[in-house]
Design a protein around this ligand. Structure first.
Ligand code: HPA
Ligand code: ZN
Length: 334
């Protein structure tokens, strides 16, 4: 593929469905807040200023340490602006982000409303200034357990609407089971929210099946290890479950040794709806431009394939129909 085509591909308009709000925080932003608050966070940074961690479980604890300096609704509003500036620079025109009441007021509904208000205000400003649209997915944290998840689900249900449009779960996939969170997912579904959960990143295809059957999710975060059981792959196709694939994250964390070993192309070829996201971009040293460039170079994806992937993303987006149509038009006229 020539330089000119790679440049065009990197600059395509993009939709991104899987982005952790705190995980998108630039390290300099977190360091700045830490020094304002006199918190010593030196242990979570490398000498070059990047986030330092050994493996996935350590990543989750560094993530929580970084997040601990985000204290007020204003902090989250500022973070929202920083995230959307970066996304817009990468050509993202529509994003959905995982936001956790656990980090925004500790699961208290009144506090959550204040955090959400500040985030939404920043998102509205970014939409006016940069033409990027954001929607929120309220997210519970698996390793905090099913009881704590109920507080997140209640926050989600009580603020469900045009902006909070989904409910999800992140955290340590090796703790507990998807079905332990069925109560929270039922509450979210009854409030009209769309559903997703992290599955099939660290555990195998059975985890993906359980997520679809027990939590009745429309999308799966990662889900890539479904490829290890073709019956699960067929189930995803039959039920039109969309995968939020984060190739750079999977390679950085060692789920696959290199991009050429990643199953995204096999999944796409078989007909699974796949989309492209960054997960926690500064933690995994990636950006949406980088993801597109890598996929083009590794699998020969051209503009038509990326256009299809973006249409898949907007079909699976958890937004209202007006927003969907508006974003699709933006993606198509580019
Ligand atoms: N995976 C799972 N849980 C998370 C992540 C992630 O990449 N980021 C924050 N919580
Ligand atoms: Zn994730």
């Amino acid at each position: 593929m020539d330089e000119e085509q790679l440049h065009r591909i990197a600059n395509l308009p993009k939709a991104e469905l899987h982005l952790h709000f705190e995980g998108a925080a630039p390290p300099a932003f977190i360091r700045g807040l830490a020094s304002e608050r006199n918190v010593d966070l030196s242990s979570i940074f490398n000498p070059d200023g990047s986030y330092a961690y050994r493996d996935f479980v350590h990543f989750l604890s560094v993530y929580e340490a970084a997040t601990s300096v985000l204290k007020t609704p204003q902090d989250f509003g500022r973070l929202c602006t920083a995230i959307l500036e970066q996304a817009a620079e990468n050509g993202v025109v529509y994003a959905e982000s995982f936001i956790s009441p656990d980090f925004c007021g500790g699961g208290d509904l009144g506090a959550w409303r204040e955090y959400l208000h500040a985030i939404q205000e920043a998102a509205d400003r970014a939409e006016a200034d940069m033409g990027i649209t954001l929607r929120g997915i309220v997210t519970c944290i698996r390793h905090f357990g099913p009881e704590q998840a109920k507080s997140a689900a209640l926050c989600a249900a009580e603020t469900a609407g045009d902006w909070i449009t989904g409910f999800g779960m992140g955290g340590d996939e090796n703790k507990g089971n998807q079905r332990d969170f069925a109560y929270s997912y039922d509450m979210a579904r009854e409030a009209g929210l769309k559903l997703t959960t992290h599955a099939g990143e660290w555990r195998g295809p059975q985890e993906v099946r359980e997520a679809v059957e027990e939590l009745r999710v429309q999308r799966i975060g990662h889900g890539v290890r479904a490829i290890e059981d073709l019956a699960v792959v067929d189930m995803l196709i039959e039920r039109d479950v969309t995968l939020e694939v984060c190739p750079g994250s999977n390679v950085f964390l060692g789920v696959y040794p290199k991009l050429s070993a990643h199953p995204i192309e096999k999944l796409r070829e078989r007909g699974v709806p796949v989309t492209i996201s960054t997960d926690d971009p500064p933690f995994f040293h990636t950006t949406m431009k980088q993801e597109y460039t890598n996929l083009a170079q590794c699998f020969g994806w051209d503009e038509e394939i990326f256009a299809q992937v973006n249409r898949t993303a907007m079909k699976a987006a958890f937004c209202d129909e007006d927003t969907r149509a508006k974003v699709l038009k933006k993606l198509e006229t580019a």
